[in-house]
Design a protein around this ligand. Structure first.
Ligand code: SAH
Length: 279
């Protein structure tokens, strides 16, 4: 690969780059992320960061795993932040690598504020979030002019592990035709019940995208009424994104990965006419 002629910033000793690694496919790293990974002295990464991406690090780079592993509890957030501070104070070039985008349901904001409090200089390198790029990869557009002008991102998992208690389900159900739900698998039955109780139709399409952009990517197309049963029957594994909304029907036309394996794509997917605006 020819390296670009324009200059990219290099990680400097004593700095932390809070960096998004994207949803898994190394091809979806940004140039800043790649440059940081290749020039880091130490990489502190989450479980979601793929081995292929970590293999891009230089030979002498120290790799520290700061996530859940083998059923052991995950390191406490204050401990991770303290570690970043002490590595930076030791004048290392530190890349803090997080799945997707560091500021989307990833506690990147907390880590950055801890760096600010400690006076450690840092750069924020955005990444492709699973709920945007992962769905695009699976052939599901988040918006379509004829379908929706609103998308809502939510997490199925609050600090306690339960569905967050600050979600106004009736307001959400009434105002957002497309819902993109991170960390939804464990609480899918609760989410399903809340949306149905708030008036969403059991026939509304739902897709569950597991391991988006990786070789093991699986996309389950189902509906709101059947999604929990189908998820269990298909043994869908985390990480997975759940998307609720008519937009999912467009996948019949846009599943380009499926097309490579022989699926024929429909330029006018069934069901989509019903949500086209008149005129
Ligand atoms: N910062 C990350 C999200 C971290 S929360 C981002 O921007 O993508 C962790 C959740 O992200 C997972 O439970 C899952 O819902 C989602 N996720 C991350 N990577 C994924 C992938 N490759 N495929 C599907 N979902 C993914």
């Amino acid at each position: 690969m020819k390296w670009p002629t324009f200059s990219l910033p290099e990680p400097e000793p004593g700095w932390v780059w809070l960096t998004g690694a994207g949803p898994g496919d190394p091809g979806l790293l940004t140039l800043h992320a790649l440059n940081g990974i290749r020039n880091a002295d130490v990489i502190v990464h989450d479980t979601l960061v793929s081995n292929e991406i970590l293999s891009l690090a230089a030979a002498g780079c120290e790799i520290i795993h700061a996530g859940k592993r083998g059923g052991k509890p995950s390191p406490r957030q204050p401990d991770i932040s303290a570690r970043l501070v002490s590595l930076a104070r030791a004048k290392r070039r530190v890349i803090r690598l997080k799945g997707g985008d560091p500021f989307v349901f990833g506690r990147g904001g907390e880590e950055a504020l801890a760096l600010v409090a400690a006076g450690v200089p840092f750069r924020i390198v955005p990444g492709i979030s699973a709920g945007i790029g992962g769905l695009a990869h699976a052939g599901i557009p988040l918006t379509h002019r004829d379908v929706n002008s609103v998308v809502t991102f939510l997490t199925g998992h609050g600090a306690s592990g339960d569905v967050p208690d600050d979600i106004n389900w009736p307001a959400l159900a009434a105002s957002s035709p497309v819902l993109v739900i991170y960390m939804a698998l464990k609480q899918l039955a609760v989410i399903q019940a809340r949306l149905l109780a708030a008036g969403r139709s059991p026939d509304e399409p739902v897709a569950i995208v597991s391991k988006a952009t990786r070789a093991e990517e699986i996309v389950l197309e189902t509906d709101l009424g059947s999604c929990v049963d189908d998820m269990l029957a298909e043994t869908i594994e985390p990480p997975a994104i759940v998307v609720v909304g008519e937009i999912v029907r467009l996948r019949a036309g846009l599943d380009w990965v499926g097309a490579m394996a022989g699926r024929s794509l429909l330029p006018d997917p069934p069901g989509t006419r019903s949500f086209r605006r008149a005129g």
